[in-house]
Design a protein around this ligand. Structure first.
Ligand code: MN
Length: 285
């Protein structure tokens, strides 16, 4: 294959990872799934959904992608060979067809579904949730290895476990939302047990949901009856800095960005005390 391919650099979502696994059946080189692209210099790689405009420099590589409006084939001025076919719903399907690789229909449809946000099969829902439960920790190398070997059954079993975990977080999220209450006319809060990993995970999803309808949303993490700390967030064009400032003078460490930040109790605080402190802090806005 021209150019010389020494590694595969791929997008770290389901489509990119499955595509990398498929491609590594014919080019047996190390796989990379960089989370940060801007500073990358790439050479002699097969790039899956990684294009020159996303990185610092990219040359003498093979670029495979399905985004864009126009198909593109052949060499560019940086020595990159392009295979860009926008009619494909997923780059993994493109790779499978281009190199005639075995890719079960059910998986093809599932990955295409996830990639186009159309979860229209059971398997697509399963793999989407298995990813969503922990996107950072998605075991990309292992998943690609299972794809390479065609261990679809093993991959499905793995995904089912993540799916079950996600279901549990979803249930917890619902519980947290049901117990959320107004704190002030413009803010709402809920409490969660900080040491319960399911509640802790669900608190983030619950905040995102509440932010859709309430200007200021606060989650308060509890350790038993005692306040440990919490998160304050807004989707409105507000500046929460004054809230952190007030809390810092009221027995908390606190800080963050304009639209999201946190606080930790430095002394024993009951929920009632913390709610009073938060109310007073919000008045500062
Ligand atoms: Mn894709």
């Amino acid at each position: 294959m021209k150019p010389d391919i020494l590694k595969i650099v791929a997008h770290g979502d389901w489509d990119g990872v499955v595509g990398a696994g498929l491609l590594s059946r014919i080019i047996s080189v190390p796989l990379e799934f960089p989370l940060e692209l801007a500073d990358l210099t790439i050479e002699n790689a097969a790039c899956i959904e990684i294009i020159p405009s996303r990185v610092k420099s990219l040359r003498n590589s093979l670029i495979i992608d399905h985004h864009g409006t126009q198909p593109r084939q052949g060499m560019d001025e940086m020595g990159n060979e392009w295979i860009l076919e926008p009619e494909y719903k997923a780059v993994s399907s493109l790779i499978a067809d281009h190199w005639q690789l075995e890719f079960p229909e059910e998986w093809r449809t599932a990955v295409e579904g996830v990639d186009s946000a159309a979860l229209d099969s059971k398997l697509s829902t399963v793999i989407w949730k298995a990813y969503r439960v922990d996107p950072q920790g998605f075991p990309r190398q292992q998943v690609a290895e299972m794809v390479k070997k065609g261990n679809w059954k093993e991959l499905r079993e793995w995904a089912k476990k993540g799916y079950a975990e996600y279901q549990r977080v979803e249930e917890k999220t619902k519980e947290l939302l049901e117990k959320s209450e107004k704190l002030t006319p413009e803010s709402e809060y809920f409490t969660f047990q900080f040491n319960d990993r399911w509640e802790r995970g669900a608190s983030k999803d619950a905040m995102l949901t509440l932010e859709e309808k309430t200007p200021i949303v606060i989650s308060v993490g509890m350790e038993g009856q005692r306040v440990k700390g919490g998160t304050i967030a807004t989707k409105k064009n507000m500046n929460l800095t004054k809230i952190y400032e007030y809390l810092r003078n009221s027995g908390y460490s606190s800080g963050g960005h304009k639209t999201v930040g946190g606080f930790q109790a430095l002394e024993n605080k009951t929920l009632e005390q913390t709610l009073q402190d938060l109310k007073a802090a919000i008045k500062q806005l």
